[in-house]
Design a protein around this ligand. Structure first.
Ligand code: DAT
Ligand code: MG
Length: 140
């Protein structure tokens, strides 16, 4: 470890857990060379999700997003490595799974289901500030 090692929050969303893709997603993170530091299975409360997704409050997909995220257990992971925040977002691929590049988690394993919110298997923090904030929520 050196001073440039970052940590990020990865969530396997309820669709990923329900489809038994947790292992495949963790396999890709480990194969890339990142380090799993902590992991837990969580039934997220509305309060936790409201804090986690506070930037999206008021958007049309916000309610469907929170309902989806509380529809089943989520696997929360603390993952470490140099530039892991950016690197995991590259592994995840674009938000819309139809447009996510093949080779990415969302591009290979996700699709559009015609719902009000995109079910795209994973969450990854988008900045060092988000990572610190989100890790303190999910690994309090
Ligand atoms: P990301 O998860 O790629 O960081 P985000 O933070 O903008 O994307 O949005 C959070 C989640 O909300 C995203 O994973 C899927 C859903 N979502 C975002 N934009 C959407 C949209 N325009 N329509 C439907 N669902 C959307
Ligand atoms: Mg986001």
């Amino acid at each position: 470890m050196n001073d440039l090692v970052e940590e990020t929050l990865v969530l396997v969303k309820p669709d990923g857990v329900a489809r038994s893709l947790t292992g495949e997603i963790l396999r890709r993170i480990e194969a890339k060379g990142y380090q799993l530091v902590d992991i837990r299975l969580v039934q997220a409360s509305r309060e936790l999700l409201a804090q986690h997704y506070e930037e999206h409050q008021g958007k049309p997909f916000y309610e469907p997003l929170v309902e989806f995220m509380e529809s089943g257990p989520v696997v929360a992971m603390r993952v470490a490595g140099n530039r892991v925040i950016e690197g995991f977002r590259m592994l995840a691929g674009a938000t819309d799974p139809t447009l996510a590049a093949p080779g990415t988690i969302r591009g290979d394993l996700g699709r559009d289901w015609g719902l009000a919110v995109q079910q795209n298997l994973v969450h990854g923090s988008d900045s060092p500030e988000s990572a610190a904030r989100e890790l303190s929520l999910w690994f309090a």
